[in-house]
Write a protein that binds this ligand. Structure first.
Ligand SMILES: Nc1ncnc2c1ncn2[C@@H]1O[C@H](COP(=O)(O)OP(=O)(O)O)[C@@H](O)[C@H]1O
Ligand SMILES: [Mg+2]
Length: 512
């Protein structure tokens, strides 16, 4: 761990001695230079703010150094000397040291609260909400860092991305500590791990949900993706690992983590003999589920108001993680029961229509299968799914998603997700190629997402379930290089009520 100090300016020279920071100084003398913040974004640069020049995929931060210096930045963090008259800290990789340096500048905020990290392919956001509620029930002032929003003591702050950049993350954690937050739940994406965004962060516990195909556009292969997730489960990051051992990768991670000297709590909803925390007597209902959580043999009756067997897994993991982090399981049970929904996750749209409409974020083959299985008990009739795949992302998952959709729903309406710079017709062709494999499959292609949702709602008969998948809480659609206002929930509501002809445009500029 980096040595802690009280919050306040740090001498630039102190940054050179931090563990894991292999640095030397160049440029103007560093004497007397004090740092109060760190940024990689030249728009945030100014007096007291160290500007980190990070080479990125699209732009090289070194090119923005003159702008930062003009804005008053007193020093630079660089990979090569720049011809500017300010002190420069030179390191082999800015990305690698940004976390530890920002953590030091902000006086190691993660060491001053209980921080519970959640990683895995699916379930991070949901488990994050469950954990936050559990922490609150356990008497904590809470924080949440996740895909949908970032909460500081219950108040929403602008959510940047699932796992913020290292310098933004340390500043955010400092804000949390200063606001009196005592415990926080945080989604940790594989990108965040691979790009060292969480370096310099200390987790009280790290939780693993599951691993399946996703993000193969970013990681070279499934092994690299797995390795990124597994890296969180090391003593350098976490005091403790909480791992779903129903998942094969989870079993591997739990063995590796234990071998690396990390204390591991194993969690199983499917009777895995070695687990310390189990779920028994699971009853799944259309809107709520109940089960008995066995924590090292101690039984706790749990009710959750989220449908789907995967949410039993998420709740069990949240309970085990909270318990391991010192929350009384009795309080945890109350916290789990308090969560009545997660934005864009199996979110019900009810305008009094005689069928069920669910908006869900499922955008991997596995999560499409999970939600369709969860939707099945909700109907004696049919499931109609509206689904597409994002452009400029993992291409291999498209046909798999097409296949799952028609295999598990009576009718699929294939449509645009966020096509981005790709030809929507080509994306849809890949989706359809998977559907063709399934005997008796029924599907239609309608590129326009609003029209596709309209088609699904028109086709629905009393008792059916319409699942609108892929975009969940998103309030935009990325087409070409534009971000257009589009919200599946608003569109569905407008179509059901026939009220808003410009459906898809969410009031108040797209923020809900
Ligand atoms: N434990 C789970 N296993 C499989 N699928 C899940 C699980 N939890 C949630 N899902 C599905 O995956 C989608 C994404 O869930 P979310 O909680 O947002 O996870 P993440 O943040 O990891 O993307 C949900 O909409 C749901 O369909
Ligand atoms: Mg998420």
């Amino acid at each position: 761990m980096t040595p802690s100090h009280v919050p306040g300016p740090v001498a630039l020279g102190d940054l050179l001695g931090l563990p894991g920071v292999d640095a030397r100084l160049a440029g103007a003398p560093a004497e007397g230079v004090r740092i109060i913040d760190v940024t990689h974004d030249s728009r945030q640069a100014g007096p007291g703010v160290l500007f980190a020049c990070r080479p990125g995929g699209r732009a090289d931060g070194h090119d923005f150094a003159p702008t930062a210096v003009a804005a008053g930045t007193p020093a630079l963090l660089v990979e090569r000397v720049i011809d500017l008259d300010v002190p420069q800290v030179i390191v082999p990789s800015v990305a690698r040291v940004l976390g530890p340096i920002a953590a030091h500048v902000h006086a190691d905020p993660s060491g001053h609260l209980k921080l519970l990290g959640i990683t895995g392919t699916n379930g991070k956001t949901t488990t994050g909400y469950l954990l936050e509620s559990v922490l609150a029930a356990g008497g904590h002032v809470t924080g949440l860092i996740g895909t949908v929003e970032t909460l500081i003591a219950g108040k929403a702050t602008e959510g940047i991305r699932t796992t913020p950049e290292a310098s933004d993350l340390q500043r955010l954690l400092r804000r949390m500590v200063d606001a009196g937050v005592t415990a926080a739940a945080m989604e940790v994406s594989s990108h965040g791990l691979a790009l060292a965004r969480v370096s310099g962060t200390r987790f009280t516990a790290a939780a693993f949900t599951n691993l399946s195909r996703d993000h193969l556009d970013f990681h070279p292969d499934l092994e690299a993706y797995e390795a990124a997730k597994a890296s969180l489960f090391t003593p350098g990051f976490a005091d403790l690992g909480v791992v779903n051992v129903d998942d094969p990768t989870g079993r591997k991670i739990s063995r590796q983590a234990a071998a690396a000297g990390l204390r591991v709590v194993r969690v199983s909803g499917r009777g895995h003999a070695d687990a310390e925390v189990h779920a028994r007597d699971i009853t799944l209902g259309p809107t709520r589920s109940a089960f008995t959580a066995l924590v090292r043999g101690r039984p706790f009756a749990v009710t959750i108001h989220l449908p789907g067997s995967f949410n039993v897994d998420n709740a069990l993991l949240a309970l085990a993680t909270a318990e391991a982090a010192g929350i009384d399981p009795e309080a945890a049970v109350d916290g789990l029961a308090d969560v009545t929904g997660v934005p864009g996750r199996m979110e019900r749209i009810d305008e009094g229509q005689p069928f069920t409409v669910l908006v869900d974020y499922a955008h991997t083959p596995d999560s499409v299968a999970s939600i369709l299985q969860a939707a099945r008990p909700l109907t004696r009739g049919r499931i109609i799914i509206v689904i597409g795949c994002g452009g400029e992302r993992d291409r291999g998952k498209r046909r798999l998603m097409g296949r799952q959709a028609v295999a598990l729903a009576e009718l699929a309406i294939f449509t645009n997700d966020n096509p981005r710079g790709e030809d929507p017709a080509a994306i849809l062709e890949a989706v359809v190629s998977g559907a063709r494999w399934v005997a008796g499959a029924r599907w239609t292609v309608e590129e326009d997402r609003r029209a596709a949702i309209g088609l699904a709602l028109d086709q629905a008969e009393p008792g059916d379930v319409v699942v609108i998948a892929g975009k969940g809480h998103e309030t935009y659609q990325e087409v070409g290089d534009q971000r257009l206002p589009f919200d599946d929930r608003a569109v569905a509501r407008a179509l059901l009520t026939g009220t808003n002809p410009v459906a898809g445009v969410t009031p108040a500029g797209g923020a809900r």
